[in-house]
Design a protein around this ligand. Structure first.
Ligand code: HDE
Length: 724
């Protein structure tokens, strides 16, 4: 079949090509509209249906170069997935500096107020393979490539500000422990299994991170609603060479929000691409995700003023001790044209630096500096991976590196060495004042030792800080997560060791988990005094210690931004007879505030309103579920309500309402939907519930909008799940 020009099915996307990186990518982007099919050599093909044969029923001929080319390319189109962070989604955008940091760093993209720098951001889960579900309980990667005029700067962070381990030496062990077990490759994208918890139970330094990973931070509502952290301490160096330590933060303008664990497991079945779709749809709909960019700046002289070591990646700097200064905005505004060419082939590396930024001696970061280039060699297959369009810097590369697989740059001239006279000494070294990178000069004086610093041996104080900072529902979720995970551990001794570790954080937490997972709380040994440098790694067990900051508001999602319904997905459940005026009025109110309304009906057939107008459902009651929505509106109308409760629709309607109720969402009952209310669990409520709104009361639309902005009534979770 041939499509005529007019039938062409290519959807032309309006692209924002306003930034330099997008322009550069455009040179490598093709558009098939109105074009004939060709081979890779540009030869037009006149039959893409049949191979060349000796007679219609005869064998295929080896000379069929068109078939051979097509199949050969297909045979080789997979590359190895990332060893960690294989599952991800990305988007283009812009970083805008609102306040100059020139006082601290000479990095140009952080110096000129108002400056905009193109970026590509990739979000990911860590443990699952590329085809795994988005809603796994896991850390999320938050990796940013800034295409600056001084070269690419990569900030390869996570949505959690600390990490499991303190030293790169343990990273392969950690990853082997969390990945599917090597004998049977079970489980996929899950930490709830023996090997992970075996490792954790023997690595007390992981306890702070475990608190975060078991919290709702590990099941975000959206990539757009999570924080980003650089994790390690980095260094800023200013024009004069003065150094400050720095921690990087990204705070989502939409607030930090999560889903319930029960919801996460159901989303994994209903829509395993939930986060990928959410990011894509938000950008397509013009609801561009935004983050405030912030820094915590610590003068060099203050390096030792904390009760933890700044070089220890299992510690955060409490915002109460060093406030986060918000200085920029990150906005994602363009979806990739091609997932493989952009999101898959992008290659991040914490060692892609620009002048004015440098690493600290964090031993985890130091190990990363080796790993990221190394891994691209097996993943992307050549040292020329920097030439792949998405990885190219916007300034031209000039050096004497040559050749290698798939080299694309055509470097002119005889000279590929330095110093040279034939090439006039070019390309030449740049001075610091002219933008040449120079590592921060640092006096290093020490014995060569394979050891851990004593200042790293405190594994519980910040785990306590995190746990103590959580609200009651957050604590409950964290407890339940630990119980769920440890219940999957088949070896009792491992469960017992983990519980023993928890006892150093909170005795009640340990006792509760122990009871639920069928073990006793046994007291683990604590070391006496300091640990010798050549100590057995087992003795890296630390003593229990209280944090100097007891509780931090910034660590609880309860205190997040709750003033917007932008991009929230509201399900309008309706059937024939729905009151059109009510639907249209609420819809326009919600949409004017940036929410997305999606219609759900008994089937995908158009729904006829009371005034004869027609509504097109996006979903049927059985093709989606309430877990895919932020809030529900049971649309007004007696006949609509009756239709939703007929034999066919009743199970779907009631399940929708009951699940939304259980997951603490806002539910709005329109006029004459009382029968649905009565048939659902909501009718059993005996308490005040600001997120259950009944039409007719004054300001009910506004009450619903406020409830959606609040995200969830987690405080009522117990009541909603145990109706009396
Ligand atoms: Fe990574 N990590 N990592 N990591 N990491 C990779 O690089 C590694 C660590 C992070 O979207 C790999 O290109 C080591 C901390 C993100 O493409 C690999 C150590 C943090 C991504 C690698 C760490 C991260 C990666 C796999 C300990 C938060 C995805 C594919 C010494 C600050 C980037 C690749 C993307 C990816 C190694 C620890 C974040 C193998 C050895 C800590 C967001 O090179």
């Amino acid at each position: 079949m041939k499509f005529s020009k007019h039938q062409n099915i290519t959807i032309m996307k309006k692209k924002d090509l306003s930034n330099e990186k997008s322009h550069q990518l455009e040179d490598h982007t093709t558009d098939n509209s109105d074009q004939a099919l060709t081979t890779n050599q540009g030869l037009k093909i006149n039959n893409n249906q049949d191979s060349l044969k000796s007679g219609e029923r005869g064998p295929s001929l080896l000379e069929d170069f068109i078939l051979r080319e097509k199949i050969t390319h297909f045979d080789h189109e997979r590359i190895p997935e990332r060893i960690v962070h294989a599952r991800g989604s990305g988007a283009h955008g812009t970083f805008k500096l609102n306040r100059s940091l020139a006082k601290y760093t000479k990095a140009k993209f952080l110096s000129e107020e108002g400056k905009e720098t193109p970026v590509f951001v990739r979000f990911s889960t860590v443990a699952g393979s590329a085809g795994s579900t988005d809603l796994a309980r896991d850390v999320r990667g938050f990796a940013i490539k800034f295409y600056t005029e001084e070269g690419n700067y990569d900030l390869v962070g996570n949505n959690i500000p600390v990490f499991f381990i303190q030293d790169a030496m343990k990273f392969p062990d950690l990853v082997h422990a969390v990945k599917p077990e090597p004998d049977n490759a079970i489980p996929q994208a899950a930490s709830a299994h023996d090997t992970f918890w075996d490792f954790i139970s023997l690595m007390p330094e992981s306890m702070h991170m475990i608190m975060w990973a078991m919290s709702d931070r590990a099941i975000p509502r959206s990539y757009r609603m999570m924080e980003g952290f650089g994790v390690h301490t980095f260094k800023f160096i200013n024009e004069a060479g003065k150094m400050h330590f720095v921690k990087f933060h990204f705070k989502p303008k939409l607030g930090v929000h999560s889903v319930a664990w029960d919801e996460a497991t159901k989303i994994s079945g209903k829509d395993p691409d939930f986060h990928r779709r959410d990011l894509w749809d938000a950008i397509e709909n013009g609801s561009f995700p935004e983050w405030d960019f912030g820094v915590q700046i610590i003068p060099e002289e203050d390096e030792h003023r904390f009760d933890f070591d700044l070089l220890d990646p299992t510690k955060l700097v409490p915002e109460e001790e060093v406030p986060v200064e918000l200085v920029g905005t990150l906005t994602l505004n363009r979806n990739p044209d091609n997932f493989f060419a952009e999101t898959e082939q992008i290659a991040f590396h914490p060692g892609h630096l620009v002048p004015g930024i440098d690493f600290s001696n964090d031993p985890l970061l130091q190990g990363r500096l080796f790993s990221y280039t190394d891994t691209q060699l097996s993943r992307l297959g050549s040292p020329n991976f920097h030439e792949i369009p998405i990885n190219r810097s916007i300034n031209t590369v000039h050096n004497n590196q040559r050749d290698g697989h798939m080299r694309q740059q055509i470097s002119k001239g005889k000279v590929s060495y330095e110093p040279n006279s034939i090439g006039g000494g070019c390309p030449f070294q740049a001075m610091w004042k002219d933008g040449g990178f120079a590592s921060q000069e640092e006096r290093v004086d020490g014995h060569k030792v394979r050891a851990r610093s004593q200042s790293f041996v405190d594994h519980y104080s910040q785990a306590k800080l995190f746990y103590n900072s959580q609200s009651a529902p957050e604590k409950k979720h964290l407890q339940n997560a630990l119980i769920f995970e440890l219940s999957k551990v088949t070896i009792p001794a491992i469960r017992e060791r983990v519980v023993g570790q928890l006892a150093f954080i909170d005795k009640d937490l340990a006792a509760l988990v122990a009871k639920k997972v069928g073990v006793e709380v046994t007291e683990l040994e604590q070391p006496n005094g300091s640990i010798p440098a050549d100590a057995d790694p087992k003795t890296l067990q630390s003593v229990e210690r209280e944090p100097s900051t007891k509780s931090s508001d910034a660590l609880s999602m309860k205190n997040t931004v709750k003033d917007s319904i932008k991009s929230r997905v509201i399900g309008f459940i309706m059937e024939d007879g729905v009151i059109a005026a009510d639907v249209n009025s609420l819809r326009s109110k919600l949409e004017s505030k940036g929410a997305m309304v999606q219609i759900i009906a008994g089937s995908l057939s158009p729904v006829t309103g009371d005034d004869g107008s027609s509504f097109t459902p996006k979903h049927s009651l059985t093709s989606t579920a309430s877990v895919c929505f932020d809030a529900l509106y049971l649309c007004s109308g007696k006949r609509s309500s009756e239709n939703l409760l007929n034999e066919d629709n009743r199970p779907g309607t009631i399940l929708f309402v009951n699940e939304a109720y259980k997951h603490c969402k806002a539910i709005y009952f329109g006029t004459d939907t009382n029968e649905i209310y009565k048939a659902s669990e909501v009718s059993k409520k005996t308490h005040e519930d600001p997120a259950i709104i009944i039409s007719g009361s004054k300001g009910s639309d506004e009450a619903f909008i406020n409830a959606v902005a609040d995200h969830r009534v987690w405080d009522l979770e117990m009541e909603r799940n145990n109706p009396s």
